[in-house]
Design a protein around this ligand. Structure first.
Ligand code: SF4
Length: 311
């Protein structure tokens, strides 16, 4: 059964302060599930935590602390905007058809973003929680899972929880993200997400800052991968970038996965295209060559990681 349905069977009081709520959240997730849905339950507690954080937003490590009911922070997301939602056949084979919901806006500015039209510009419309619940319900006979992506799902965490509160069909939840979430968000996601689909971009903080405007990337993203690995299944996507990245970043990323996340599945991806502002950076302004892809596969073969089916 999907985790978000199971945590509806754990009874929860709602304490006063955010600290107390977060503490209780971490305790209740260790409890066994009851036989039937409780009221209020652990999902309600998570929604209350997310509501408080929304007023001083720290959903991600930007930690803008803005009141999202009044203004937006770095990601420019105030109310969630959905750019599109459809059964996606281009995700990993074991996940498709995947009920993919594309949110507009992102907490990163990757110069080569492959979805820049929705991540860097706010394109889309507001969907009520009921509308998305109806869409998922109507699509259930086609889709294997519900896949929250963007842009980035993290700024939309409160809305996603409110959708799951109203959703009563058994469907796995995928969190398809850049993994720049705060620790508080990682705690909220524990017991909500069935599969993490992460996008692991760099082993080098200088590149992360230069190309994605993400400070302290390695520390934050490796921390979140370790937390996520304890929570549920993981698929880690590694988009192969051209040039030095293959020698400098790929081995370190794979070494980290081998040592810390041995059961996680790895998807090494060759389809990089120089989108958005990539043309400004000569080293990123081309696709990878056949030789570079062969070298990336060779480096992959040095590590004992679990690759998805295509290698
Ligand atoms: S989600 Fe992140 S970037 Fe957006 S307002 Fe919150 S802390 Fe800032």
């Amino acid at each position: 059964m999907a985790k978000f349905l199971l945590i509806k069977k754990i009874e929860a009081e709602i304490p006063e302060t955010l600290e107390e709520k977060l503490h209780l959240n971490d305790e209740l997730i260790k409890k066994p599930y009851g036989d039937m849905e409780k009221e209020p339950n652990l999902l309600d507690l998570k929604i209350e935590i997310a509501k408080e954080i929304f007023k001083k937003c720290i959903f991600c490590e930007r930690r803008c602390e803005v009141d999202r009911y009044r203004e937006s922070g770095f990601c420019r997301v105030k109310s969630p905007l959905i750019s599109c939602a459809f059964p996606h056949y281009g995700e990993e084979r074991m996940l498709v058809p995947s009920g993919t919901i594309f949110f507009s806006g992102c907490n990163a500015n990757c110069v080569f973003c492959q979805n820049w039209d929705i991540s860097q510009y706010l394109n889309g419309e507001e969907w009520s929680a009921e509308r998305l619940v109806n869409w998922i319900t109507e699509m259930r006979h086609i889709i294997k899972n519900v896949n929250f992506v963007g842009g980035e799902p993290t700024p939309n965490l409160l809305y996603i929880l409110e959708v799951l509160k109203k959703l009563n069909i058994d469907i796995p939840v995928i969190w398809n993200s850049n993994f720049y979430m705060s620790e508080e968000t990682m705690s909220i996601l524990n017991g909500v997400v069935d599969i993490y689909l992460s996008d692991f971009k760099y082993a080098d903080n200088e590149k992360a800052l230069k190309y994605s405007n993400l400070p302290n990337y390695w520390e934050i993203v490796t921390r979140n991968h370790k937390i996520a690995y304890k929570q549920c299944e993981m698929i880690i996507r590694i988009l192969v970038l051209p040039g030095k990245w293959i020698e400098e970043d790929l081995p370190e990323i794979l070494n980290f996965i081998e040592k810390n996340l041995p059961e996680a599945k790895v998807n090494l991806m060759p389809q990089y295209r120089p989108e958005w502002k990539a043309g400004i950076y000569p080293e990123l302004s081309r696709r990878i060559t056949g030789e570079e892809w062969k070298r990336a596969l060779e480096i992959l073969s040095w590590y004992s990681v679990r690759c998805i089916e295509k290698y």
